[in-house]
Design a binder for this molecule. Structure first.
Ligand SMILES: [Zn+2]
Length: 111
């Protein structure tokens, strides 16, 4: 994403500009974040800690991140959101998506 100039700023809500310190969503079309107050209640929220994982993933290599600090299911929810963004942005389907994501991730997403 960084090599394609996609560097979303997820520290503040893109609608109300408040600092995101709780659960949030990332918009699939543009990765702009919305705080839980600005969501319409139908979206599956990402956990606040996902923001820290997202920030780390932009700064470090995957193997350099201490994954024990993050809940696996919540990290998979974030990965699922990122995959949906990439598929939408590049107008393509990632064929390996079913191999990357678990059935639990799909079930939590309501797919
Ligand atoms: Zn907001």
């Amino acid at each position: 994403m960084r090599f394609n100039g996609i560097l979303p700023q997820i520290g503040r809500c893109s609608r109300c500009s408040s600092i995101i310190d709780g659960n949030f969503i990332l918009g699939i079309p543009d990765l702009n974040p919305l705080c839980s107050r600005c969501c319409n209640g139908r979206e599956r929220l990402l956990e606040a800690n996902s923001k820290f994982f997202f920030d780390l993933s932009l700064k470090k290599r995957f193997t350099e991140i201490d994954h024990n600090k993050f809940d696996e299911n919540k990290t998979m929810d974030l990965l699922f959101t990122m995959i949906l963004f990439i598929e939408d942005y590049f107008n393509m389907a990632i064929k390996s998506k079913p191999f990357i994501l678990t059935d639990k991730t799909y079930n939590r997403a309501g797919i």
